[in-house]
Design a protein around this ligand. Structure first.
Ligand SMILES: [Zn+2]
Length: 45
């Protein structure tokens, strides 16, 4: 059996779209406090 997991199923943070940070128009980036820069949705638990 081939056990392959697709990352498309992974729940990424909807705020930063899984990037873990926001891209500021002024320049630079800000860490997403929703996923704390992880890029994954940690809402539950
Ligand atoms: Zn995020």
């Amino acid at each position: 059996m081939n056990h392959s997991y697709t990352q498309t199923k992974a729940e990424h943070c909807p705020y930063c779209e899984g990037t873990g940070y926001f891209q500021l128009l002024l320049g630079g980036s800000e860490t997403c406090n929703q996923c704390k820069g992880n890029g994954q949705d940690h809402q539950s638990k």
